[in-house]
Design a protein around this ligand. Structure first.
Ligand SMILES: Cc1ncc(COP(=O)(O)O)c(C=O)c1O
Length: 396
């Protein structure tokens, strides 16, 4: 039998730490390897497969692919219009720009914010983001990402970007000025360890945006599309952003991203200012239509809230039992982080041996991103295996 793991090493540039697993197919909350072993998938492709491994999405994209796969952005296209309409009718947005990925959605937002800033003065082009944030890997996304480890080897980075301490009102106040054109923020820092923005911090950000006339861009690339139990995670707070960027699960597993903009920003970008060959590809948007329909026309978001509360309550019981392993539990809906300190790799490894696939971030955090459609029985199955894993780690 082919050893894809070894062949991947041989032929694919080494920029990812692969799992030594050969997956053949996915179904619902599970992945199956080439030997027929079944794994409970708590990655969901890092929040891409929010509906799980869903055959309905596959059918929707196949149907569009049989009509046409691509036309170019000179043509209007039904799935593109339908998906944009779903966003406009169900969010704060009045217009949508489609991209292929998260980082490209943020690139589009950087350009829009800088062009907007120029309306008020040549120097109003500075953008702020938080330390420990994650906004992507392209030059703009990387510059917004307030983590030295992602930037160091690639200096010089995009100029005119500054950083503040997440959830630190004073730090934010010290950094904003008349030259600030935008602040980018994740409502929950995902790669940064599943840390949620405080209401106090967000309220001060909103006050400052009015005082200094800057835009608030919320990066919902990981938190969006129902992950936290709201369609977009900012909805829990008492404000409306100017721009929201989304991606990951928007296309249901097909590359797609979007920049959602409020009404007063509709006319900032003109034809020729920005574009993308594949941005808003009809097949991706057909997948997107399917995903959005499930999120806005079924009870899924409410169910995510309930399942999240149940899962966290059970994890808290495990924390009581294994306080030396689980030090903290945080997150919202089905985006949950557990600080397990130095045990993170052991937990992942033992879990995989028990057919449970767990992701980690920020060195010490086990990050749970199950399918939003995970059933209560599947959550209980996860908890049962996880407790076995914790027992084993505790004994070590
Ligand atoms: C919050 C956030 N922003 C941006 C990105 C970048 O998205 P992409 O990898 O699609 O470029 C990610 C990816 O993990 C993310 O979590």
């Amino acid at each position: 039998m082919r050893n894809l793991y070894e062949e991947d090493k041989k032929y694919v540039l080494n920029t990812y730490n692969r799992l030594d697993l050969m997956i053949e197919r996915g179904e619902g909350s599970y992945l199956y390897d080439v030997d027929g072993n079944k794994y409970l998938d708590m990655y969901s492709g890092i929040s891409v497969n929010n509906l799980g491994h869903d055959k309905g999405i596959a059918e929707a994209i196949a149907k569009q692919a049989m009509k046409y796969m691509h036309l170019s952005n000179y043509f209007v296209s039904e799935p593109v219009v339908n998906l944009a309409k779903l966003f406009v009718e169900n969010t704060f947005a009045s217009k949508v720009f489609f991209t292929n990925s998260g980082t490209e959605s943020n690139e589009a937002a950087i350009k829009l914010c800088r062009k907007y800033g120029k309306r008020f003065g040549e120097n109003k082009h500075e953008i702020l983001s938080a330390y420990n944030s994650f906004h992507g890997r392209t030059n703009g996304g990387m510059a917004l990402t307030g983590q030295e480890k992602y930037q160091k080897a690639f200096m010089p980075i995009l100029p005119g970007i500054g950083y503040f301490e997440y959830n630190n009102v004073k730090s934010l106040r010290d950094k904003v000025s008349e030259n600030t054109c935008a602040v980018f923020l994740e409502m929950i820092q995902g790669e940064g360890g599943v840390v949620e923005a405080s209401c106090e911090f967000v309220s001060e950000l909103v006050n400052l945006s009015k005082e200094y006339n800057f835009l608030i861009v919320v990066d919902e690339i990981q938190t969006g599309m129902g992950r936290t139990g709201d369609l977009l995670a900012y909805e829990k707070y008492d404000f409306t952003p100017d721009i929201v960027t989304v991606s990951k699960s928007v296309g249901g597993g097909i590359p797609l991203g979007a920049m959602l903009v409020c009404e007063r920003l509709e006319d900032v970008l003109h034809p020729g200012d920005h574009g993308s060959t594949f941005g808003g590809n009809p097949v991706s948007c057909a997948g997107g239509e399917y995903v959005m329909d499930k999120l806005v026309n079924t009870n899924l978001c409410q169910e995510v809230k309930e399942k999240g509360v149940y899962l966290v309550s059970k994890l808290k019981e495990l924390k009581e039992k294994y306080p030396n392993v689980i030090k903290d539990i945080r997150g919202r809906g089905l985006m949950i982080g557990m600080d397990v300190g130095e045990h993170v790799n052991a937990i992942k490894q033992i879990s995989q041996g028990k057919n449970l696939l767990l992701n980690s971030t920020s060195n010490t955090i086990i990050r749970l991103l199950p399918s939003l459609c995970i059933s209560k029985d599947e959550i209980d199955e996860f908890l049962e295996i996880y407790e076995e894993v914790l027992k084993q780690v505790f004994k070590k």
